[in-house]
Design a protein around this ligand. Structure first.
Ligand code: 5GP
Ligand code: MG
Ligand code: MG
Length: 179
């Protein structure tokens, strides 16, 4: 696939991400302490690194499940129509659910997914996003937990791709086109 040439500038280092995840995991621990019915739901594919690091900081009995919603495809444009490409394996009725997302941008994806999951009557439903771009919001949605608020830049790394590349970078970087 041909791409315009670009470089990646570090925006949030691996160390800073790890420190923030430690803080967030303490808050989530306080929120869900005492429950034995928590399911942590990762939104594929961008959250796979975040959920892996987050659950390993959580000293709680949890299950892990995944859901895939369509978003950008391979372009840099957000699509307002959200489709479920892969649903959860398990039922969530009566369970505690924590949805884990990479970025909240326009808000359409997490807004749609949380409404869908709420319709299945979980006991408790919370969401966490590593990154939030509040300036881009098109629907009134706010994640319960947020790692970092960032400006309107296209980011990659730590699970997040540009045309399926760069997910394996251990930090969050911003894409800068050259020439
Ligand atoms: P929303 O529905 O909130 O507009 O978009 C959420 C999804 O868009 C994110 O889960 C992510 O997949 C994608 N997205 C939003 N901002 C960025 C970005 O800066 N870089 C990349 N690679 N994807 C993004
Ligand atoms: Mg995503
Ligand atoms: Mg993507």
């Amino acid at each position: 696939m041909s791409q315009r040439p670009y470089v990646i500038d570090t925006m949030i280092s691996a160390k800073t991400i790890a420190a923030r995840i430690e803080e967030l995991s303490r808050e989530i621990h306080d929120e869900f302490e005492g429950t034995d019915k928590l399911i942590v739901v990762g939104l594929l594919r961008g959250s796979f690194v975040f959920i892996a690091d987050l659950v390993r900081e959580l000293d709680l009995p949890i299950e892990v499940d995944f859901l895939e919603a369509s978003s950008y495809g391979d372009s840099m444009q957000s699509s307002r129509e959200v489709r479920i490409l892969k649903d959860l394996r398990g039922a969530i009725e009566g369970r505690d659910v924590l949805v884990v997302e990479d970025i909240v941008d326009t808000g359409h994806t997490l807004n749609h997914v949380t409404h869908l999951l709420a319709s299945r009557n979980p006991a408790r439903l919370k969401s966490i996003a590593l990154l939030d771009k509040p300036s881009r919001r098109e629907v009134d949605f706010r994640s319960d937990y947020i790692g970092f608020e960032i400006p309107d830049e296209f980011v990659v790394g730590y699970g997040i791709d540009y045309a399926q590349r760069n997910r394996n970078l251990p930090f969050i970087g911003k894409v800068r086109f050259v020439e």
